[in-house]
Design a protein. Structure first.
Length: 109
């Protein structure tokens, strides 16, 4: 295994052990839906991941190359990069329970 892939794997394993989350939220400007998604995600993170997350909000109008690289076809889109597995959520993130379960913060009932 080459060195960059080994480092990436080690980082992913470390993130899983510490419970640290890396999240990216892709939005299209600061419209009503984008603002609602940001607000909903901030609330989820503060209630369930306090001090254990990195959140990057990316405006696809400002950084279209990043959206293209992640193959973003709808916005808002939330990508959970770490801990693995990678997960995607589309919409304003108002279905809080589904997001919490999808982020592996609570098991399905």
């Amino acid at each position: 295994m080459d060195e960059p892939k080994r480092k990436e794997l080690e980082d992913a394993l470390k993130e899983r052990e510490t419970g640290h989350y890396v999240l990216r939220l892709y939005v299209a400007g600061l419209n009503r839906i984008s603002l609602r998604a940001i607000e909903n995600l901030n609330k989820i993170c503060e209630e369930h991941l306090q001090g254990r997350y990195e959140l990057e909000v990316i405006d696809i109008y400002q950084q279209p190359v990043l959206a293209q690289g992640e193959q973003i076809i709808a916005v808002p889109t939330l990508i959970k990069k770490l801990p693995l597995p990678l997960r995607r959520f589309i919409g304003d993130l108002s279905q809080t329970e589904k997001i919490i379960v999808g982020l592996d913060l609570r098991s399905k009932k």
